[in-house]
Design a protein around this ligand. Structure first.
Ligand SMILES: Nc1ncnc2c1ncn2[C@@H]1O[C@H](COP(=O)(O)OP(=O)(O)OP(=O)(O)O)[C@@H](O)[C@H]1O
Ligand SMILES: [Mg+2]
Length: 253
């Protein structure tokens, strides 16, 4: 299964990506996590020390030039070897740090974008493993072909009007692109929270409370794994995955 995790800034996308990845790897699933956000914090959320987090692909100008060229851009660069070349293994997971497809800046934005999109498409469309992508807010940056191959979108939100409005907007954009299997996760919310009447929200599949263990840990470590609340987080992950699996497959698949 291929999942993308999206939501407003700061709502817990990276944490949830790490929790789902950790849960899947303990279930024995061959899982790749992709950091496709600008903040590049998935590695540290998984407990990697800064020197073990590789430079994001978006900053690897030599590799970008080698694969995509400059001037005449090769929009179909060879990427099949890149996941193994770029990955870091941690706790049974493979992590690829790309950077944001939307936020490609600097000297060779188009070239970087072309390579990031091709790599994501390869991981999502052509690989058999589980893939969980920590995205920025929108899903449209993935490109239509890649989005239609994603099996499920996990939309994270805090229990607030603003955060849920962004969640509904993301869900709407994704649905327009054909990504209709969606799960809403309320983070820092009590079970049984009632949702405001905002049209277009995905079905609520899990609520994760504010975690005291994480709040305490946060002062000394960026890792979000191995918390005392792990059993509850596992239940939330299982509920999210089951809800997505129960929904009709994407029409385009
Ligand atoms: N349920 C929770 N309880 C306590 N702290 C939490 C919880 N979920 C996330 N956090 C903390 O909130 C902060 C933001 O979480 P995270 O980085 O996962 O959000 P994000 O949506 O990925 O943010 P960004 O938009 O910046 O990428 C982190 O410090 C994380 O440890
Ligand atoms: Mg993040």
């Amino acid at each position: 299964m291929k999942l993308a995790v999206a939501g407003k800034g700061g709502v817990g996308k990276t944490s949830l990506t790490a929790w789902i990845g950790d849960y899947l790897s303990r279930q024995g699933r061959d899982t790749w996590l992709v950091d496709a956000d600008t903040a590049l914090s998935l590695g540290s959320a998984l407990g990697l020390s800064p020197q073990d987090v590789p430079i994001p692909l978006i900053q690897d100008e030599a590799l970008i030039r080698e694969r995509v060229g400059s001037g005449f851009i090769n929009l179909n660069p060879q990427v099949a070897d890149l996941p193994e070349r770029l990955r870091v293994r941690t706790g049974g997971l493979d992590l690829v740090v790309m950077g944001s497809v939307a936020g490609a800046g600097g000297g060779c934005a188009c070239e970087a974008n072309a390579l990031l999109k091709a790599l994501l498409a390869h991981l999502i469309v052509e690989r058999d493993q589980w893939v969980v992508v920590d995205l920025e807010a929108g899903v449209e940056h993935l490109g239509r072909g890649t989005v239609s191959a994603v099996d499920g979108l996990v939309v994270v939100s805090e229990p607030s009007w603003r955060s849920l409005s962004v969640a509904a907007r993301i869900a709407g954009m994704a649905a327009e692109l054909g990504l209709t299997r969606q799960a809403l996760v309320l983070n820092r919310a009590e079970n049984g929270s009632t949702l405001p009447d905002i049209p277009g929200l995905p079905p609520l599949t899990a609520a994760i409370p504010a975690l005291t263990g994480l709040t305490e840990r946060q002062l000394t470590s960026p890792s979000v794994l191995d918390l005392p609340e792990r059993p509850a987080l596992d239940l939330a992950c299982a509920a999210i995955l089951a809800a997505l699996a129960d929904q009709e497959p994407q029409p385009s698949r």
